[in-house]
Design a protein around this ligand. Structure first.
Ligand SMILES: [Zn+2]
Length: 129
């Protein structure tokens, strides 16, 4: 059985949802990201740059389904340069979310819609240029 499903999200665009209960510490999305050189980043089409993060000084491009994981100020998963891991139990049907600010998405300017009580509202990460 597929553990996740991609479908329209109340937070933004498409989101990744748990298709089954996921335990804390389980890997949700393994891989689906690629390390790019600065030259490769410059050659990226504008619409692909939205799926870029800088992690440990590396440019990481997120591919589906990893790129559809939305931000929440009260996330249930943690993303790294290789995988998304649950940080608590996620029930079937819940949307998988991570903290984009912690992931250092460069040039991030996002009006957050996560509706968490701890929501930070407008999220800003400076771009490198
Ligand atoms: Zn928020």
């Amino acid at each position: 059985m597929e553990r996740i499903v991609v479908k329209p999200s109340p937070i933004h665009g498409c989101g990744v949802f748990a298709a089954t209960r996921i335990e804390a510490g389980e890997v949700i999305v393994d891989g689906c990201r690629e390390v790019l050189s600065n030259e490769e980043v410059k050659a990226l089409p504008e619409e692909e740059r939205a799926f870029l993060a800088v992690m440990d000084g590396q440019n990481v491009l997120f591919h589906p389904p990893a790129r559809f994981v939305n931000h929440s100020c009260n996330p249930n998963a943690r993303g790294s340069d290789s995988r998304d891991v649950a940080i608590r139990v996620i029930e079937a049907g819940e949307e998988i979310t991570v903290d984009y600010v912690a992931e250092q998405v460069p040039g991030l300017k996002l009006k957050c819609n996560c509706k968490a009580p701890t929501c930070r509202g407008l999220l800003i990460v400076p771009s490198h240029e």
